[in-house]
Write a protein that binds this ligand. Structure first.
Ligand code: SF4
Length: 350
């Protein structure tokens, strides 16, 4: 698929696969191997054709005339004084903007990227869904977030891990997400290991089934956030379309097919899903499953009217799960001083 920048009417190269870039080189009067060279430069994050030192002048001039790397516009950038987490607001060139986050860990640097501008899933605790969905992102726009984080980060960084956990529901944009996964995995491009990538869904069952078939090596995280159907329906409207039983059945199929452990995300909301009874129910539901629970002491999201349970309660909740044999950890609260929850940067500007 060729992505075209309407304003400049130029082809955006970051969204093209290797064979498409070879075809483009041929269209511009060059042999296919020039396309392979171009593909390598583009996937290294180089945006200026003049820096692509092994391309002939005639090809560079053609590229300048007809193509662009497709980089994003940096609209906002915050760096946490507490833990070094960096948040970026990137403009897509059509009035839409998305958030991306850089987190540095001992094992490497992780980019959390968005799959859609806005979201139509309407989770009660999430600022991203408040204004609904504007549009889905292309594979090139998803890849660009990683390259542009590396470009604009406060100090040199090479992203080794990616989580698709920013704004949007990746399986509501299955084509964009799968195209991105193929691009980033391409051994002639970034060649990122599937095992270093995690896709997080709010529970779109058909997407989970397709993903298990097509990307069995990529990690799956499921935003569960409730121990029963009634609570989940209150905070996650998607649960009316795909109820808890269907979701759990799809998750079991996933682990059987892939032999991979699912991470269940569980944001603790005061008075909604954080009681001892909730912990016991959750443990019963997950017993025997190849899984791990990631407890999130929710950042306070002013617009949603919901309160997080706090770290102390999160640790108690984790202990209750562990006692019942369910592995659980409390997620570190990164970037709490710089607009913590997903969607907050975008909302402020909007
Ligand atoms: S939590 Fe995720 S799926 Fe739910 S509304 Fe927010 S962005 Fe969408």
């Amino acid at each position: 698929m060729t992505e075209t920048n309407k304003s400049e009417n130029k082809t955006k190269l970051r969204g093209l696969g290797l064979s498409e870039t070879e075809a483009l080189a041929k269209d511009l009067g060059q042999p296919a191997f020039r396309g392979r060279q171009l593909f390598r430069w583009i996937n290294k994050g180089i945006t200026d054709f003049r820096e692509m030192s092994d391309l002939p002048e005639v090809f560079v001039r053609k590229l300048e005339e007809k193509c662009t790397a497709g980089s994003l516009e940096l609209m906002d950038h915050q760096v946490s004084a507490k833990d070094g987490t960096e948040k970026f607001l990137f403009g897509l060139g059509d009035g839409n903007a998305v958030e991306s986050v850089l987190m540095r860990y001992k094992y490497g640097s992780t980019a959390c990227i968005s799959s859609q501008a806005g979201c139509r899933m309407g989770c009660a605790f999430c600022a991203s869904g408040i204004n609904g969905l504007n549009r889905s992102l292309t594979p090139g726009e998803m890849l660009s977030q990683i390259m542009d984080i590396e470009r604009y980060a406060s100090s040199p960084v090479s992203i080794s891990h990616v989580v698709i956990m920013g704004t949007g529901e990746p399986f509501d944009n299955y084509d964009g997400t799968s195209g991105f996964l193929r691009l980033i995995h391409d051994e002639k491009g970034r060649n990122m290991s599937s095992r270093n990538i995690t896709v997080s869904t709010c529970g779109l069952v058909p997407g989970i089934r397709r993903f298990a078939d097509e990307f069995p090596q990529v990690n799956l995280a499921v935003s569960l956030h409730a121990p029963d159907q009634e609570t989940r329906e209150r905070i996650m409207p998607v649960s009316r379309a795909y109820d808890m039983d269907e979701l759990m059945a799809a998750c079991e199929e996933y682990t059987e097919k892939t032999h991979r452990r699912i991470t269940f995300e569980y944001a603790l909301i005061r008075g909604v899903n954080d009681s001892d009874v909730s912990a016991a129910r959750l443990a019963n539901m997950l017993r025997g499953m190849l899984c791990h629970v990631n407890l999130i002491p929710l950042n306070k999201v002013g617009e949603t009217g919901l309160d997080g349970s706090g770290r102390k309660r999160a640790r108690e909740f984790a202990e209750l799960l562990e006692k019942r044999g369910i592995p659980a950890t409390v997620r570190r609260e990164l970037g709490s001083d710089i607009d913590g929850a997903c969607g907050q940067l975008r909302l402020k500007r909007g």
